[in-house]
Design a protein around this ligand. Structure first.
Ligand SMILES: Cc1cc2nc3c(=O)[nH]c(=O)nc-3n(C[C@H](O)[C@H](O)[C@H](O)COP(=O)(O)OP(=O)(O)OC[C@H]3O[C@@H](n4cnc5c(N)ncnc54)[C@H](O)[C@@H]3O)c2cc1C
Length: 239
């Protein structure tokens, strides 16, 4: 189990991880369970780099956040959304099978690592991944009060970890289509979606596409959270 003292762990050397499980998370994303040669300490919010090497020696590497909570096990989960034309996400989603091995290095990331102070996570689409590690960690500790999650997705089938997310500590904003019985009409994330979750004094972790992060950060700052208490992890383009 991770501790809040001493700062988040630094990355170790490259290692060879075995894929021990693959779960279709949404129509466009898969969760890969990787077994590392040795147990690895990490803080929720950190990520690993996955490196692919082609037969001709060409290499490509990309960052993927850890979705599972810190634990003493040598296994961790990465969830990868396939992007159209995406070199690494495409290979991982279409070619990798259980039993394959992958070169990985981690854990990486200091500023976005969660130190267990009360926090709110605001995620858009795949930006939920590192926040899910935080949510799972808080729940595993029996301290659901430590972490709140607000996640924005376009439609119900695009919600990652859909069986696990619902709870008193979470809320889901659907921007295009809502599930039956959902009270909030579809629409973009608004200030009032964050008000209840921003109870008390919380650090805020924002994650998703660049466009999502910019919009969500503006809302959080407008809600009165000082900018030095807002941490942002941008996954890349607007998608
Ligand atoms: C710290 C960090 C953590 C990340 N964690 C995750 C994670 O948990 N899950 C996950 O799925 N991704 C995550 N990403 C994004 C990931 O690293 C890759 O950028 C993504 O998988 C695309 O790589 P690719 O090789 O498939 O695409 P590329 O071959 O690099 O690009 C293919 C096409 O997609 C566009 N594109 C590239 N990146 C993105 C993007 N992020 N969003 C939208 N369009 C893009 C490019 O412009 C291009 O048109 C993370 C990124 C960072 C920096």
């Amino acid at each position: 189990m991770t501790s809040v003292s001493g700062g988040p762990p630094h990355p170790g050397p490259w290692q060879t991880a075995k894929v021990t499980g693959i779960h279709q998370e949404t129509p466009t994303a898969k969760t890969f369970t990787l077994a590392l040669p040795q147990p690895c300490s990490f803080w929720a919010g950190q990520h690993f780099v996955v490196r692919l090497t082609a037969p001709d020696g060409y290499r490509a590497q990309r960052s993927y956040s850890i979705a599972s909570p810190p634990s003493d096990s040598a296994e961790l989960d990465l969830t990868v959304e396939v992007l159209q034309g995406g070199e690494v996400s495409g290979f991982l989603n279409e070619a990798v099978e259980v039993g394959d091995v992958l070169d990985v290095r981690g854990p990486i990331g200091g500023d976005f690592a969660w130190d267990l102070r009360p926090a709110l996570g605001v995620g858009g689409g795949s930006g939920i991944v590192p926040l899910m590690s935080m949510l799972r960690h808080a729940r595993t500790l029996g301290r659901p009060d430590l972490f709140r999650l607000v996640v924005s997705v376009r439609r119900p089938e695009e919600l990652y970890y859909s069986a696990e997310v619902p709870g008193v500590d979470t809320s889901v904003v659907f921007t295009r289509a809502v599930p039956d019985g959902h009270v909030r009409p579809p629409g973009r994330l608004m200030a009032r979606d964050l008000t209840t979750a921003l109870d008390g004094d919380r650090e805020v972790y924002v994650c998703g596409s660049t466009a999502f992060c910019d919009a969500a950060t503006e809302l959080v700052a407008a809600a009165g959270v000082p900018t030095d208490r807002i941490r942002v992890e941008r996954f890349g383009f607007s998608g």
